[in-house]
Ligand binder design. Structure first.
Ligand code: DX5
Ligand code: ZN
Length: 214
């Protein structure tokens, strides 16, 4: 069954604990944490203290998506704050392999992401180091954007490489995921769906999450 990772970027930060509990109760397998630095992406979201607070309130698997330049500078702090998986952008690292190895050395899961314009071939050499590969289906930076149809093609490519080379990474997709686009992504081989507005924009979290799986 495809896993669902609701993005708290679309949550109400004045009641973050309640919002997190609501998606856990509704059956979400992970919690997606979108960290933005205002440099790699044209927006600033939240960072280490918010994740450390959320960690105290929740036992969920923290799927941490770092949209920051040279993330190697901060991965130790994110691991300490409670991240279970740290995903970095290939476009943001001067040394991708070194960054992935540094995440691994912290004892957390390793994720690598690509923006819509970055081809799968750009990260092919690093796939063997990944527990998760994140395909962006919008330009990173903001929630509530429209899904880009290039994503399922890239998911299918990653899925093919995964079976050919006997890799075991999760294939995650992020941006504009709703009932309709979820189907396209799971059909292409996605194993984790990130959803912000479609989950937190629906007061009935269970039906929102269930509809992404069907
Ligand atoms: C965009 C973020 C996404 C975003 C998803 O930079 O990485 O996780 O919050 O939001 P929706 O589901 O609203 O497109
Ligand atoms: Zn994200």
């Amino acid at each position: 069954m495809v896993k669902i990772s609701p993005s708290i970027l679309a949550a109400d930060f004045t009641k973050l604990g309640e919002d997190i509990a609501s998606v856990e109760k509704a059956g979400a397998e992970m919690l997606h944490l979108d960290v933005m630095d205002g440099i790699f992406v044209p927006n600033i979201s939240f960072g280490i203290p918010v994740i450390a607070s959320a960690r105290k309130a929740s036992g969920m698997f923290f799927d941490t998506h770092l949209m920051i330049n040279e993330p190697i500078r901060y991965i130790g702090d994110f691991a300490k704050a409670g991240a279970d998986l740290i995903t970095v952008h290939a476009e943001a690292c001067s040394d991708v392999k070194k960054t992935l190895e540094a995440i691994r050395a912290l004892g957390v899961k390793v994720g690598l992401s690509i923006k819509p314009a970055t081809p799968v071939s750009a990260i092919e050499d690093y796939l063997e180091y990944c527990d998760l590969v994140l395909v962006m289906s919008v330009e990173p930076g903001f929630g509530g954007q429209k899904f880009m149809p290039i994503a399922p093609e890239k998911i299918a490519e990653l899925s093919k490489i995964k079976s050919e080379k006997h890799f075991s990474y999760e294939i995650e997709v992020d941006g504009g995921i709703n009932e309709e686009t979820a189907k396209l992504c799971t059909a292409a081989g996605a194993t984790v769906l990130v959803a912000g507005s479609s989950v937190f924009g629906n007061a009935d979290r269970k039906s929102a999450i269930d509809s992404l799986r069907s």
